[in-house]
Design a protein around this ligand. Sequence first.
Ligand code: TEU
Length: 558
Amino acid sequence: MKKNQWWKNAVVYQVYPQSFQDSNGDGVGDLDGIRERLPYIKKLGANVIWLNPIYASPEEDNGYDISDYRQINPKYGDMKSFQKLLDRAHELGIKIVMDLVVNHTSDQHRWFQESRKSKDNPYRDYYYWRDPVEGHAPNDWGSFFNGSTWKYDEQTGQYYLHLFADGQPDLNWENPKVREEVKSLMKFWLDKGVDGFRMDAINLISKPQGLPDMPKPENAKYSAPGAGVLNGPRLNEFFKELNRDVLSKYDIMTVGEMSGTKPEQALEYTGFDAHELNMVFQFEHVELSPNPDQRLGKWNDQPIKLTDLKRVFNNWQTKLHGKGWNSLYWSNHDQPRAVSRFATDKPEYRELAAKMLGTTLHMMQGTPYIFEGEELGMTNAHKEDLTQYEDIETINAYDQFVKKEKFVSPTKMMSYLAHMSRDNARTPMQWDDSKNAGFTTGTPWFSVNKNYKEINAKDEVDDPNSVFAYYQKLIELRKDNPIIIEGDFELLDPDDQEVFAYKRHYQGETLLVISNFTDHVVERDYKVHENAERLIGNYADDAGKRLRAYESKVYKMK
Ligand code: TEU
């Protein structure tokens, strides 16, 4: 199969199906709703959609707990509506990438239902079952959603492993039958014509041999989630097998979701000669926030330090250049909203800040991912009450740190949630200023952000000064400027705590990207040539060395 690496030129738009567009008034987004909105995505200029899971699921973790990989969750539609969506997208020149969630299944999946029946069931070994050790769980691993990764099952007197919720038992990839099942379901979707996979938590599939205890943070009962389990011993081998037997036979793209991964490891997986995956989602920039205590994991309410952010991007940009491929993202369904977290959502600066972040990221090397609403500058939800949250990670964390351990005060924890909860990203798409922001005519499954009258697509799509119009232009620029796709990366002034500036070089051209991350004026001299062309900027005019609040601009020079 001839491969042209089309994914290098792609811009991906992430659709969180339940929150995108409801077409039948039941309050939940659906596949027909997405199809109706394809012209919007086309207008933005993105040419690939990543769809979060739409498969049958009891939804303990918003669809990341799959009970049947070959069925569509009825609340989203059926296989016919899926095929119609795929066909229409293809007609418009938009590809669709599916979420592949195969580190674990739902406990309602037929394999697990069989597996738990008896120790000699043919499916027993599809999962990890272990005897209790001195009346306790087999090891000290901590789950991503708090507590132990082991759950005791009365029926056979053994524990099963779940790195996420108890309803998400981990598949045993050591068992070749499991790998054959995964390959078969991948082919099922690829044969329908889908254009690739975003592979969920995929660097957790190879567990360390013997499942040993892992070091614990001080005073903690369990090891940190994923500690010692990420990027396990057989990961490269499993990827090569998937590539050889399935991926290489189709003209598709793959992106592996891989927290805790360094550029050196990413190169093993995405290196152009590796025959594994096309790119990974690394987590280093989204895990930078200062952590008040190791036990708290991701929970905090502090801004990141710009010098740290620059260090991380510089490392990825330079180490992968010419050898592997980066994915570029500020936000997704697991992260808070980009403006709220990396800049500001204060109304007077929000639009400037959203455009500034867009520029900073989209001028780097790699495939950009835009999470629905990011192109409008949508913000965190600023919820004030725990009952307004629904995400399992958020609720479990509150239960553990506030209620069980009394380790964090309720007020402080609410502040952490407002800053970091995944629910900030999951509020419905803001289409217009009508009731429920035009997302649904019914009662939305999750409440709409209160600011939808000020921030919505209807106001933005035809306004040449909107965040939407700015993102359109950023996407357009990569079509006419191969330097954005191919150029190398040079970070300027790594110790500057206010401005993120870098250069790209390609075939005698230089791109200079300048972003002021502060809300005040700063002066910087980057020796911009007189004949430099200003390709884009978030202020109407150019004030030269004076950089205004959240100002961002890009020059092209010979
Ligand atoms: O996320 C995997 C993952 O690494 C997350 O646990 C991440 O660290 C966390 O969400 C940050 O807050 C994937 C999916 O993207 C996520 O939505 C699922 O909950 C998870 O896998 C389990 O399938």
